[in-house]
Design a protein around this ligand. Structure first.
Ligand SMILES: [Zn+2]
Length: 388
């Protein structure tokens, strides 16, 4: 029943990734040749008749060719928008049609392998940027395999049936007291929404329970951390000039669960908030790396080994952290580690941890002297007070 829907999901995804393919501008006098070459390659693929039986391996081979042609088409059109002709667009559409018809077969086969009460939410997979981008090189078969194992997606869902009475304005779960002894009609939720029938309290209450359960499960599966770093004046320098004028510090805010931004941080969800003095360096990215490594250590020391998400406003480290041996090594203690970029203005909690607190490292001897000065000044104060 969802086949046409699946087609539109794939078509949508292919159209959307088209714009992300890097531009390949060519000189205007080369337009004709390159366009002709692409049309020739598309036509060659279109010679493949859909009525002929192909083995799975042959189909994969045809698809690979088609995808590479489509990618070249996108690069050419993105780099030379004026080279677009109706003829070229028609050919490209026919190519996409062929690719999708092959891929739909894989999807159907995959769906047939699912249990009766389960369905594949293809839209959730291909609205995800990562899986959408993979369409350009991988077969849908391979993508599906990875996507259904991705805990962030939950691409396989349970089919839920709801019940209505003959003239009812609400839909119910089986077993709702309201339905007892009445003639019921079973339907899928999307059909009911189309008919503008609203959920009964039995449904909304159940949804809340499911949501809570999911949240709890997710809290056990994920730790999310926000880190920030700063190079600032070292207050300790005023008491001990052997210490540097500046010091690197970083802050960590660690929370239970999978959080998409800091607005989702709740008091109960916080595992810990820390600020640390970091190794002295002019390059703040090393401090970010130290902060990320510290999060991994802290998480792993609590015995946690599942999924870790770390937000930082250092874009460079997000892109390159896997190449840093120490981080790569620490990351092996977890099922998945994701370092995500967060804009500075959206990382306020970690930023304030650093901004609103001070840490100084000075010798015990100096602290003792400082305390002596402090208490004698306090004594003087209370003395004056009594005098007065
Ligand atoms: Zn009900």
């Amino acid at each position: 029943m969802f086949e046409t829907d699946d087609k539109s999901v794939l078509l949508d995804a292919y159209n959307k990734i088209a714009s992300s393919i890097s531009k390949r501008p060519v000189a205007k006098d080369k337009y004709m040749d390159i366009r002709a070459e692409i049309i020739k390659r598309i036509d060659k693929s279109l010679l493949v008749s859909r009525d002929i039986y192909f083995t799975e391996l042959e189909k994969q081979h045809i698809l690979k060719e088609c995808k590479s042609t489509y990618k070249d088409y996108c690069g050419f059109i993105n780099g030379n928008p004026t080279a677009k002709t109706t003829q070229l667009i028609e050919r490209k559409n026919a190519l996409l049609d062929l690719m999708i018809s092959f891929e739909i077969q894989s999807i159907l086969r995959f769906k047939n392998g699912l249990g009766e009460d389960l369905y594949l939410d293809l839209r959730s997979i291909f609205s995800n940027r990562k899986y959408k981008a993979r369409l350009m090189k991988d077969s849908v078969q391979v993508i599906l395999k990875d996507a259904v194992d991705d805990p962030e997606l939950s691409a396989i869902k349970k089919v839920q049936l709801f019940y209505t009475t003959r003239a009812g304005k609400k839909f119910h779960l089986q077993g709702c007291p309201y339905c007892a002894g009445k003639m019921l009609c079973a339907e899928y939720e999307y059909m009911l929404i189309d008919k503008r029938i609203k959920p009964c309290r039995c449904v909304t209450k159940n949804n809340e329970i499911i949501k809570e359960k999911k949240l709890k499960e997710q809290e056990e599966q994920y730790i999310t951390a926000f880190v920030d770093e700063s190079l600032r004046d070292n207050t300790g320098h005023y008491f001990d000039e052997t210490l540097g004028m500046k010091q690197n510090v970083f802050s960590i805010l660690m929370c239970k669960g999978m959080l998409r931004n800091e607005h989702s941080v709740t008091e109960n969800g916080i595992i810990g908030q820390y600020i640390h003095v970091a190794e002295r360096t002019e390059q703040l990215q090393y401090t970010t790396i130290e902060a990320i490594g510290t999060v991994m250590l802290k998480a792993s020391l609590t015995g946690f080994s599942k999924n870790l998400i770390i937000y930082t406003d250092n874009q460079g480290v997000c892109n390159t952290w896997r190449k840093i041996p120490a981080l790569e090594f620490l990351a092996r203690s977890f099922s998945t580690v994701k370092i995500r970029f967060i804009r500075r203005e959206k990382n306020k909690l970690a930023d304030h941890l650093i901004r609103d607190n001070d840490i100084i490292v000075i010798s015990k001897e100096k602290t003792k002297k400082l305390l002596e000065i402090y208490s004698s000044s306090q004594e003087q104060k209370s003395y004056k007070k009594n005098d007065w």
